[in-house]
Write a protein that binds this ligand. Structure first.
Ligand SMILES: Cc1cc2nc3c(=O)[nH]c(=O)nc-3n(C[C@H](O)[C@H](O)[C@H](O)COP(=O)(O)OP(=O)(O)OC[C@H]3O[C@@H](n4cnc5c(N)ncnc54)[C@H](O)[C@@H]3O)c2cc1C
Length: 112
């Protein structure tokens, strides 16, 4: 069984946006299923995990610096940062919400 999208816990943690990871993980799953050519043993499906990690990072990365700061401090810093137009546009919207820095997945699934 291959899990995709929300079932695989892929929504972006900063924004909760999950449509793009749902579509992309489904494309990766389809690619791996097609490459199995009917032989769905675990080792043949393993490349799905590798592709997911390459695209979305490791499932449980160590807590970053931000996670270690007290919640009150983080909220105060967020209030301050979100008043800044450059931060709201470039970091919050483009990077955390839209993930504009991520290139589209290359088309790899062959349709017979
Ligand atoms: C209020 C809200 C707003 C959101 N806004 C955004 C947004 O603006 N941008 C964004 O990127 N993400 C947003 N998200 C997150 C996004 O909706 C999800 O991350 C995304 O839809 C996940 O897609 P999915 O295919 O994994 O799951 P889903 O879209 O949840 O699809 C799962 C499907 O499986 C069906 N299902 C469940 N159980 C069974 C069963 N037993 N048998 C058959 N079918 C079943 C469900 O009915 C559903 O249709 C939002 C989420 C919510 C709740």
């Amino acid at each position: 069984m291959l899990l995709v999208g929300d079932a695989a816990g892929l929504a972006y943690p900063q924004s909760g946006e999950g449509i793009r990871p749902a579509v992309e993980s489904a494309l990766l799953a389809a690619q791996v299923i097609a490459e199995c050519d009917g032989d769905y043993r675990c080792e043949n499906l393993q490349s799905y995990v590798d592709l997911l990690e390459a695209r979305f990072g490791q499932r449980e990365p160590a807590p970053g610096l931000l996670d270690k700061l007290p919640a009150g401090f983080r909220q105060a810093a967020a209030r301050l940062l979100m008043r800044n137009q450059w931060f709201s546009r470039n970091i919050l919207t483009n990077r955390w919400f839209l993930h504009a820095q991520d290139k589209p997945l290359p088309p790899r699934v062959k349709v017979h």
